[in-house]
Design a protein around this ligand. Structure first.
Ligand code: PMP
Length: 395
């Protein structure tokens, strides 16, 4: 008999795999008041259409209040599924749209229905940390595919694709790097994946946030039967709604639906109706350009600060053409993980790139979000960052 004081719980193996990452622990410090944070993955709250939601909230309660507060179908609210299908740049049947509780739930559902213990899952190098977290409890073998500044290098798929359950891919303004896949790379990836019989899970929460020109068509548009597409209202409306969607072919849609049913029955009916109401009359066509303009000016402020402050330091960075993130690389011998506490002491935070690698991290990389800090904070924060880098390279 166990002693009465002994705790009675035995964790499942999958729970043992859910370790808080070392980096997440360090990042708690970045929430201290006074820290200029380029670390967060949050959209700018200035972009949240509060008034539109105030109106939609009243309207939904007035016209459809009881239904909005009742249980509902797991697939999602019909008019919202239709609006999503109509919004996407290829022909999508609303019956293939599943409304999810954020696209993060889409990642979880996909992993649940496609991944067994030991199944191979391919990811970009680096990739979205939240996807690694969603996949890991299913105990996959996660394999990184070589990637360059456009994403996966298709040649590297040949030896790795066999038996893989899917390749998880972020073609637009990727989290964490901000990089985008060209038209030619998309065509090559789509053709190679089809030839190899490799399904694609395409995650596109940032695709609408382009600065100068819309990105090329999604991979899902080229081969809808071989792709699951994940989308989100978090970056174009507000993340607190917890509403996203997926588009899946009939071969797997029913399983995703069953997994969704088991997870949460359905995403909040009230929020779905409010979003559906807000989307009426082309709201996004007016609203999203304001987010693009804001984020573009934020990116420009960060690029200008980097060019000014990093002069003489062997630091490199890219120029994202959309989204929220920029990717930088420190001088040889300087680790971003080691640099972070020193940067926080100086009042600035970022995410070390190591967090985003499934294998063989590049310790010199870091992710900088440019959307939530003011231009003044960007100037001060980048100057502080340059100072700690200068000190680290002197040693
Ligand atoms: N995918 C990527 C690449 C993301 O960056 C995020 C948000 N950080 C998500 C999915 C999840 O977004 P949400 O659940 O809010 O739709």
């Amino acid at each position: 008999m166990p002693k009465e004081s002994a705790q009675p719980w035995t964790l499942a193996r999958r729970a043992e795999l859910m370790n808080p990452s070392f980096i997440r622990e360090i990042l708690k410090v970045t929430e201290r008041p006074g820290i200029i944070s380029f670390a967060g993955g949050l959209p700018s709250p200035k972009t949240f259409p509060v008034d539109a939601f105030a109106q939609a909230c009243a309207q939904v309660l007035r016209s459809d209040g009881a239904a909005a507060l009742q249980y509902a179908a797991s697939e999602g609210y019909g008019p919202l599924r239709e609006a999503v299908a109509a919004m996407l740049p290829w022909k999508v049947d609303p019956d293939h749209v599943l409304i999810t509780t954020g696209s993060q739930q889409g990642l979880d559902l996909v992993a649940k229905i496609l991944v067994d213990h030991g199944s191979r899952v391919l990811v970009e190098t680096p990739t979205y940390l939240g996807a690694l977290q969603a996949f890991t409890p299913m105990e996959p073998q996660i394999v990184s595919v070589d990637s360059d500044d456009e994403g996966v290098r298709v040649e590297d798929l040949d030896g790795k694709a066999e038996g893989a359950r899917f390749l998880y891919v972020l073609p637009n303004f990727q989290n964490p790097t901000g990089r985008t896949m060209s038209e030619a790379r998309r065509a090559a990836l789509s053709a190679r994946a089809a030839r190899l019989g490799l399904p694609l899970v395409e995650d596109n929460p940032y695709g609408d946030l382009w600065f100068d020109a819309a990105p090329p068509l999604p991979l899902s548009a080229r081969n809808p039967d071989g792709c699951v597409y994940l989308g989100s209202f978090s970056k174009v409306l507000a993340p607190g709604l917890r509403l996203g969607f997926l588009v899946a072919p009939p071969a797997i849609f029913p399983k995703l639906l069953q997994a969704k049913q088991a997870a949460d029955l359905h995403s909040p009916s009230f929020n779905q109706r409010m979003v559906s109401d807000v989307l009426k009359d082309g709201f996004l066509d007016r609203h999203v350009p304001t987010i693009r303009a804001l984020y573009r000016s934020q990116r420009d402020a960060m690029l200008a600060a980097l060019a000014r402050e990093m002069r003489g330091l062997d630091v490199t960075w890219n120029t994202p053409v959309g989204g929220m993130f920029l990717w930088a690389r420190l001088p040889a011998g300087v680790s971003a993980v080691d640099l972070l506490p020193k940067a926080v002491d100086r009042g600035v935070a970022f995410v070390p790139g190591a967090a985003f690698y499934a294998e063989d991290a590049d310790a010199r990389t870091l992710r900088l979000s440019f959307v939530t800090a003011s231009h003044e904070q960007i100037d001060t924060g980048v100057a502080a960052l340059a100072q700690v880098i200068r000190e680290a390279t002197k040693r």
